[in-house]
Design a protein around this ligand. Structure first.
Ligand code: 13P
Length: 250
């Protein structure tokens, strides 16, 4: 049985009081026993929100990024050993915004995935194509290539700690969602590719999340697709009512 996951990505939003308020609401909420809830919050709130969410079985905190080196002269960066040292369970790696604005290449992402796993962090690895790529009908090959370049060499043990988030860039923050059929087709293609790379068992066990304008109004239908195991949610994860509805959409 694959995990069902409702993950939020707050990106660079929420000042301290609002962040603690939102985390407390979600942290105290009753979540379905079979759903894993993850809050991807800004670095400076990680430790405190981890303390809040640790009280609630089923709710976890995630970093939104990690540096690819162990330590050193990288001003302003945060390392995997640092996240480990304060007990952070998850990290999001390879979000399209970081690929674009922080020039994160597949090679750098491969290092980030490696160092995160080596420090016992669970990884949510993001992939997804631009509108330009989708229009050329090259989305499958594009996403497979992203997966190949950053996670292909992982072991079966590593893969047990990895979740994939398929987030088509044209659906992020645009209000335009992939149709359930488009999401299912891409998730199936990703799962088939995981089978090629890692074998049937790993492919069957790896959770693949959809991201891109997930809302309470579309979550049930999207999460209902056979190869969609949940969502990575931006905007709607920062409104407690919306996110709780999404958590209950499986
Ligand atoms: P939105 O849900 O705001 O479209 O953001 C999706 C996303 O980028 C989550 O990582």
């Amino acid at each position: 049985m694959r995990k069902k996951i409702a993950a939020g990505n707050w990106k660079m939003n929420k000042t301290y009081d609002d962040a603690m308020g939102l985390a407390t609401t979600i942290g105290n909420a009753k979540v379905p026993e079979d759903v894993t809830v993850i809050l991807g919050v800004p670095y400076i709130y990680l430790k405190e929100i981890n303390e809040i969410t640790k009280e609630n079985r089923g709710v976890y905190v995630s970093a939104q990024n990690v540096h690819q080196e162990e330590s050193g002269a990288y001003t302003g960066e945060i390392s995997a050993p640092m996240l480990k040292s304060i007990g952070i369970p998850y990290v999001i790696i390879g979000h399209s915004e970081r690929r674009e604005y922080n020039c994160e290449t597949p090679e750098v992402l491969k290092k980030k995935v490696r160092i995160a796993l080596d420090n016992n962090l669970d990884v949510i690895f993001c992939c997804g194509e631009s509108l330009e790529v989708r229009k050329k009908n090259e989305h499958e090959i594009y996403v497979k290539n992203q997966i190949e370049k950053s996670i292909a060499g992982l072991s079966s043990e590593d893969m047990k700690k990895l979740t994939i988030a398929y987030e088509p860039i044209w659906a992020i923050g645009t209000g335009e969602t992939a149709t359930p059929a488009q999401a299912q087709a891409m998730h199936k293609a990703i799962r088939d590719y995981l089978k090629e790379l890692f074998g049937e068992k790993i492919a069957d066990e790896t959770a693949i999340l959809y991201g891109g304008s997930v809302k309470p109004s579309n979550a049930v239908e999207i999460f209902g697709q056979v190869d969609v195991d949940g969502g990575l949610v931006g905007g709607a994860s920062m409104d407690p009512d919306s996110f709780l509805k999404i958590i209950h959409s499986f």
